[in-house]
Write a protein that binds this ligand. Structure first.
Ligand code: ZN
Length: 236
């Protein structure tokens, strides 16, 4: 913790890269490690239900799963979300790059948030492109529809879909310009995390995760602990 504190004290351009572990402490389960939770109710594994082909072929089942297991609209930001927002406000952090789609960084007050996998709060019609808020998905039962008759879908990246190239490029720019990169709550096994981390050229690579990652050897500091617990001890 002492080392992390002094790294943060000395840094002027921190970038944070976060995964599911940042939000599990807010009660949002990581579906990748929780297949068992869903197997009783659903006959398909979560990764299949969140795939593009499943959305096309089983649209009603997709939305049933999405509403009941993926949306966590009452979740509150945790210690990591709050401290990252404070670091940005203090002028020490330039961007939060997240693999999460839950909007918790913005709820905590972060402004520059790059959402690699999209956000549940943005939705659009697949036919005409019209944008819709989250209430349109929540309020209607069944398949959400646009005034034009098209299906309204969440602006989240499903398995089998490409990440937004502009967001990727922007993330790459922030990471390559950072003096400190803090990676938290991810095992770095999910694309495109590993590729982005390799772009980092700064002084301090910090990895905070409950379990080891393939990049531990490259890091200046590895903390195997919950991310909220670690961030709760940081002074700004
Ligand atoms: Zn439409």
């Amino acid at each position: 913790m002492k080392t992390l504190q002094s790294i943060i004290d000395e840094s002027e351009n921190i970038v944070f890269f976060g995964g599911a572990g940042v939000s599990t402490e807010s009660g949002i389960p990581d579906f990748r490690s929780a297949d068992g939770l869903y197997s009783e109710r659903y006959e398909y594994p979560p990764e299949e239900m969140l795939s593009h082909p499943f959305f096309i072929r089983h649209t009603a089942e997709f939305f049933d799963f999405y509403r009941s297991k993926i949306l966590h609209l009452d979740a509150k930001p945790g210690e990591a979300h709050k401290k990252l927002a404070a670091l940005e406000k203090a002028g020490k952090l330039s961007a939060v790059i997240t693999q999460n789609i839950d909007g918790l960084h913005q709820k905590a007050g972060s402004v520059n948030v790059l959402e690699l996998h999209g956000s549940v709060y943005r939705n659009y019609c697949v036919k005409c492109g019209r944008g819709y808020g989250i209430e349109h998905i929540v309020d209607c039962g069944g398949i959400p529809e646009c005034a034009c008759g098209g299906v309204v879908r969440p602006d989240v990246v499903l398995y089998g879909e490409n990440l937004d190239p502009d967001t990727m490029e922007s993330a790459a720019g922030y990471i390559s310009a950072a003096d400190t990169l803090i990676v938290g709550g991810t095992s770095l096994s999910v694309y495109p995390a590993a590729g982005l981390i390799r772009l980092f050229r700064g002084a301090n690579l910090v990895l905070i995760n409950k379990t080891p990652t393939p990049y531990d050897g490259r890091a200046n500091l590895v903390i195997n602990s919950g991310i909220g617990e670690v961030f709760s001890k940081i002074r700004i």
